[in-house]
Design a protein around this ligand. Structure first.
Ligand code: ZN
Length: 272
């Protein structure tokens, strides 16, 4: 139950005036009024000059149809997290991911390198090395989890059911678990000049041909496929070989321009 507390707000902490149960630590605490579901830095190319995000349906766009411009100022929500969880726990993962992806000072042993290759099937990919398995995987899972606890319409397709609590614990204690537990498969369409990099689309739930439940997020030129599986439902090797691994390596598959979408999505088991 949320109780309005009539205390004054302190400018350096934002508007903290609501008591309630924090979704991450599960304690009764003051909740902050603005938590990002998808962190701002992932949208850094996503705002146009009017500070509005571009949005479109990825499946229509993949078929060569247009995208729509949807007014929005970012997706955030109030009264879901306490300041400690938002700033300290999630903030530390965001700090790492931001520097790892977009550049920043990191220790040499966790500062990623990116090299492009072609695999035996002729598919281009970027090999990321030195990408901290625990930090980066938990960061990505935290986006999925935040989208699941969010009541915003934009994330209405994201509902993790019993996996929500399992992933909450993983984030809270900082344990990214085994590589085949909630692997994340990444693609990019950055090579497709016909695709705008500066958009966001509504995250979607999809079943693969193998019957896996995936949640798909298009954010800033990258596509994240979250596999949410029971332990008995073994993830196929062609996903495990690409996802972020305990060796701190991950592959990002490049979608070739034009007709490449169907080819690549089909190759990795996605239905149209
Ligand atoms: Zn908390």
């Amino acid at each position: 139950m949320l109780i309005k507390k009539h205390c004054h707000t302190t400018p350096w902490q934002g508007n903290i005036d609501i008591m309630g149960k924090c979704n991450l630590c599960l304690q009764e605490k003051q909740l902050i009024t603005k938590s990002h579901i998808i962190p701002d830095f992932m949208y850094q190319d996503l705002f146009d000059d009017k500070h509005k995000m571009l949005s479109f349906n990825p499946y229509e766009r993949a078929k060569g149809e247009g995208y729509i411009k949807k007014p929005s100022t970012g997706e955030y929500e109030g009264e879901i997290l306490c300041a400690d969880c938002d700033n300290s726990i999630l903030g530390s993962y965001e700090d790492y991911a931001s520097k790892a992806i977009y550049g920043g000072q990191l220790h040499a042993n966790e500062c990623p390198t990116f090299t492009n290759y072609k695999n035996q099937a002729g598919i281009e990919f970027t090999l990321c090395k030195n990408l901290n398995y625990q930090k980066f995987k938990i960061f990505l899972l935290s986006i999925l989890w935040r989208a699941s606890i969010s009541s915003r319409k934009f994330f209405s397709d994201i509902s993790l059911g019993p996996h929500e609590e399992i992933i909450r614990k993983m984030i809270f204690v900082g344990n990214a678990s085994e590589v085949d537990n909630y692997p994340i498969f990444m693609m990019t369409y950055i090579n497709d000049k016909s695709m705008p990099r500066d958009f966001v689309s509504q995250p979607q739930k999809r079943k693969t041909k193998d019957g896996f439940t995936t949640y798909i997020f298009f954010i800033g030129g990258l596509i994240y496929f979250f596999y949410v599986n029971s332990e008995n439902h073994k993830i196929p090797d062609y996903i495990l070989s690409e996802t972020i691994k305990k060796t701190n390596e991950a592959n990002i598959i490049h979608i070739p321009p034009g007709q490449g979408w169907d080819l690549i999505l089909g190759y990795y088991g996605f239905k149209k």
